[in-house]
Design a protein around this ligand. Structure first.
Ligand SMILES: Nc1nc2c(ncn2[C@@H]2O[C@H](COP(=O)(O)OP(=O)(O)OP(=O)(O)O)[C@@H](O)[C@H]2O)c(=O)[nH]1
Ligand SMILES: [Mg+2]
Length: 197
């Protein structure tokens, strides 16, 4: 994606929330949507098939920076997390400019997190991307749950490279904008390096 609209002086960029089933991807998106002024956001769109839903919306954040005279319009997408929706996940990753991996902090979901992260890497490689060069941040979600793994353990399992990481409780909104801003930074520098206008 990341197409440039010379008329509105906007760069469009596609952010995908990835992660296992029920980790809180949709909750992240809903929180951002709810907290964004109606006049700077588009419609929340739900692409529904019989069995699954993809949610997305775009918005123009006022405080996430510019590339020259251009502002960035973010298009946020969630993928369906359950294992068998792989074809949809791959489709949604096409043209991605940045990925937020939402990990579920509960001990019983560690395997699912690892599997989903491997699935992300595989799908990106198939599409010609490399997770090591793509803007990418990690969110440890559901920190409010009674039983969660220590962040050190999650880091060791899911983030050995040490990409920017954020704790969150997407249901109440804690950490949601911090995560998104954490991704906006590398996205901005990636776009200004790779997409000269
Ligand atoms: N306690 C708590 N619950 C959360 C949090 N984030 C999400 N949930 C709940 O977890 C459930 C699943 O959240 P979703 O946002 O629908 O998960 P998802 O990742 O979109 O799931 P799929 O679309 O199936 O892949 C919902 O009941 C949410 O309210 C959180 O940080 N804390
Ligand atoms: Mg969802």
């Amino acid at each position: 994606m990341s197409f440039v609209n010379k008329l509105t002086k906007e760069v469009n960029c596609k952010i995908v929330y990835y992660g296992p089933g029920l980790c809180g991807k949709t909750a992240n998106l809903q929180y951002v949507f709810a907290k964004t002024k109606a006049d700077s956001r588009g419609k929340m769109i739900s692409l529904a098939t019989e069995t699954e839903r993809t949610l997305f919306f775009d918005f123009l954040p006022l405080d996430l920076g510019k590339i020259g005279e251009y502002t960035i319009r973010f298009h946020l997408y969630t993928v369906p997390g359950q294992v068998f929706y792989d074809a949809s996940r791959k489709l949604i990753l096409k043209g991605v400019d940045g990925v937020i991996f939402v990990a579920d902090s509960q001990p019983g979901r560690l395997e699912a997190n690892i599997e989903s992260l491997e699935n992300l890497e595989t799908n990106l490689v198939d599409l010609g991307f490399d997770l090591k060069t793509l803007p990418f941040v990690m969110q440890y979600n559901k920190r409010d749950m009674p039983e969660v793994l220590p962040v050190e353990e999650l880091r060791a399992e899911l983030n050995p490279r040490g990409v920017p990481e954020f704790e969150a409780s997407a249901k109440s909104g804690d950490g949601v904008f911090e995560t998104l801003k954490g991704l906006a930074k590398p996205v901005l520098s990636y776009l200004s390096k790779n997409k000269p206008m």
